[in-house]
Design a protein around this ligand. Structure first.
Ligand code: PEP
Length: 257
């Protein structure tokens, strides 16, 4: 069975003081779980990454950022590079989140450049794809997701596919409290895996971690994570409290019991 990967996307939440409290609470609760089958990642805002990096040392927690730019350095005011992230211990970066696509006009082409740059620095990109409500209702979910997958993975080698995570996040489920049903999500996950198999090979597709994101909470986590092709969760709202985040991690560990 593929390992489950639970990542918390803090978005634009938590100042440095709140970060210390939340990371310490998560660490404490994580200690009570036998979680060697589950990877747990926290993705605080840029301003909290350094302090979080220090706090998680010696724990099972891993660190991710929520975005980065695709250039190495230079006159790109306000941007952060993969090299900078690597230097403070980031092992993951969320790329192409629907909020980046919606509010900051990120395209598949730009996300693809960022993915390649992250891989250059051995940072695992968590690449987000997913359809809007309008797209789902007009029956084009798979076309949209296929276009996104082909765009963001363009030019990647088979070996590089082993170093990425895909997060299927239907836009209508993000922050709405309305999650995709386990069956709805699994159907798209299977579609993504088949597509990656066509583009690369079955062995690569079988190893690929595909997370689900969109209103995951402690109540629905087990059912979602028990599906054949759901290998983890990208969690927004429910990761801002240690109890709910760790209960989602707990649901993932139960699947192995
Ligand atoms: C997200 O932002 O990636 C997300 C899935 O948010 P939420 O869990 O709040 O729907």
């Amino acid at each position: 069975m593929r390992k489950k990967v639970i990542a918390g996307n803090w978005k634009m939440n938590k100042d440095i003081h709140e970060t210390v409290t939340l990371v310490n609470e998560i660490k404490e609760r994580l200690n009570g779980l036998s979680n060697n089958k589950v990877d747990v990642i926290i993705c605080p805002p840029f301003t909290s990454l350094v302090i979080a990096s220090g706090l998680i040392k010696g724990s099972a927690l891993k660190l991710g950022a929520q975005n980065m730019y695709y250039k190495d350095e230079g006159a790109y005011t306000g941007e952060i590079s993969a090299r900078m992230l690597k230097s403070i211990g980031c092992e993951y970066v969320i790329l192409g989140h629907s909020e980046r696509r919606q509010y900051f006009s990120e395209t598949n082409e730009l996300i693809n450049l960022k993915v390649k740059q992250a891989l250059l620095y051995n940072i695992i990109p968590i690449i987000c794809v997913g359809e809007t409500l309008e797209e789902r209702e007009s029956g084009v979910t798979k076309d949209i997701v296929a276009t996104q997958i082909k765009g963001v993975l363009s030019g990647l080698t088979k070996a590089q596919i082993d170093k990425i995570i895909i997060a299927y996040e239907p836009v209508w489920a993000i922050g709405t409290g309305k999650n995709a049903t386990p069956e709805q999500a699994n159907e798209v996950h299977q579609f993504i895996r088949k597509l990656v198999a066509q583009l690369y090979s079955w062995d690569v597709a079988e190893r690929l971690t595909i997370q689900y994101g969109g209103s995951v909470n402690p109540q629905n986590a087990y059912d979602l994570l028990s599906q054949s092709d759901i290998d983890g969760a990208l969690v927004g709202g429910a990761c801002l409290k240690a109890e709910s985040f760790i209960n989602i991690v707990g649901a993932a560990t139960q699947i192995y019991n």
